[in-house]
Ligand binder design. Sequence first.
Ligand code: NAP
Length: 298
Amino acid sequence: MPEPYDVLVIGTGITGLTAARQALREGLVTAAMESMFFGGLVTNINDLDGEPGGSGSDVSAGLMMEISQMGVKNISEAASAITRDGDCLVVKGDAGSHRARSVIIASGARLKHLGVPGEAELEEKGVSRCADCDGPFYQGKEVVVVGGGDSALQEALVLTEFAGRVHLVHRGEEFRAQQHLVDRLAGHSNIQVHMNTRVEAVLGSAAVSGVRVRAGDGVSEIACAGFFAYVGLEPANEFVPAEIARDAAGFLQTDEGLQTAMPGVFAAGAVRFGYGGMLTHAIAEGEAAAKSALALLR
Ligand code: NAP
C-alpha cells in the first residue's frame, strides 16, 4: 500500500492552490484533487478586484505552475466521501481511494440559480453564468443582471463594455456590494437600475427575449437577449461527511484553526461558514489551513 500523503487538498480554486503551495513550502507530501479544471470561479473574471489583480485565469495558472514545479501529486478525480481508517483519512475518488494524514476541503461554491420559470429551459440560450466569457455575444443588445451583491455589480459593470443597455434588477432597497462598485455604476450611462424589483420569469422560446418583473403590485416586462443571475453562492459539499457541522445554508463550520468537527479535516475558502469573500481571504485561508495541518502533523 502506498504511503499516505501528508496533506490531500480537495479543490483547486485559489484557496486550494494556495493551501497546496503552503503545504509544499513546509516540506509536506501534498496531493491536489480536482475533477474539473483548476482555478475555480475566479477563472470567469478577467479583471480581478483588488490584490493580486490581473485575470483570474492568470493568477490560478501561476499558482498551478508553482505547485507543479514543487512536486504536487495531481489526482484528477471527484471526491465522493471522506472516512477514517486508523491513523489515516481516506478520500474516495472516481478511480480509487486515497489515504492522507490530513485533508483540506477547499471545494468552493457554485453560483445559485434564481429558480424562476424559463431560467433552466433557456440555459445557454441567453441564460448565462459568466459575463466575461459571454459578454461579447451581447454587443449592442439589452441584458438583465439580477442581484445586489459584489458579484452582480461587478458583472454588470463588465457587461457595460459590450451591451447597449444593462438592466440591474435588485429585490432590495440598497445594494450590499462594496461601495466602490456602487459608486462605479453612476459612471455608466448604459446601466439602468431597478430597485425593489423581482424577476418572476425569463421569457422566450428558442432564446431569451425578456424577463417578467414585479415591483410592488406592478408587473411589467423588460426586453433583453441575455440574462445573468448573481444571487449568491451554494457550497460544493456533497462529499462531506455528516459529522462535519454545517450552517443552515450548508457552509462548513470550523474552529479558529479551520479544523472541522472531524479531526485532521480542515475547511477553507468559499465552502466554509465565515469566509470573507475576497480574493485576499481565499489566499489567507488556504495558507492558514495548511499551517494548521502542519501543526497537527507535528
Ligand atoms: P451575495 O453577497 O450573497 O449577494 C447575493 C445578492 O443576491 C443579494 O443582493 C441578495 O439580495 C440577492 N438575492 C439572493 N437571493 C435572491 C432571490 N431569490 N431573488 C433576488 N435576489 C436575490 O452573493 P455574491 O454577490 O455572489 O457574493 C458572494 C461572496 O463573494 C461575497 O462574500 C462577496 O463579497 C464575494 N465577492 C467578492 C467580489 C470582489 O471582491 N470583487 C466579487 C464577487 C463576489 P439581498 O441583498 O436583498 O439579500
